[in-house]
Design a binder for this molecule. Structure first.
Ligand code: MG
Length: 152
């Protein structure tokens, strides 16, 4: 399952290294010496959690099916538009940050606002691409890994 999730993310243009880089950027003010390798260790630990794998599997499957035009209406149109009132993408991502408590939640909100690094890339609107769930899932994994780091 871990390999499946990693492969799914990679197919959607997101490597675990790019998520680790978000974690490193988040931690830089508190820990400027923190290496990318250490951040990657925490990202890997987050990805190993069953709740995280289920959230990624569900969200990315919906993105992929929307991209292929395979979902029933009105969900198909909602996901294609990335309707800001939909909100289920954020709620699903919160099931990831919740594992690590309120720090994860706050950091997720911050990343969702600033959209740096790989998140900026994901949010560029490309014709025929649906990343409605991907941006929130990636921000949540980074936030959870940063919270995990802070706890250790
Ligand atoms: Mg979204």
């Amino acid at each position: 399952m871990h390999d499946k999730i990693t492969a799914m993310l990679r197919e959607r243009g997101v490597t675990l290294e790019s998520i680790a880089r978000l974690v490193q950027d988040l931690q830089r003010p508190y820990n400027p010496q923190l290496s990318l390798e250490e951040c990657l260790v925490h990202v890997e630990k987050v990805i190993k959690k069953r709740e995280v794998q289920n959230a990624v599997l569900t969200g990315l499957t919906l993105d992929i099916y929307a991209e292929k035009g395979l979902l029933p209406e009105p969900l198909q149109s909602i996901l294609i538009r990335d309707d800001p009132l939909y909100g289920v993408d954020e709620v699903l991502a919160l099931s990831i940050t919740n594992i690590y408590g309120s720090i994860g939640f706050t950091t997720f909100g911050y990343l969702d606002k600033v959209k740096t690094g790989i998140l900026e890339n994901i949010n560029v609107k490309r014709e025929g691409t649906v990343n409605t769930f991907l941006d929130d899932l990636v921000a949540a994994i980074a936030a959870a890994a940063a919270a995990r780091l802070a706890h250790h």
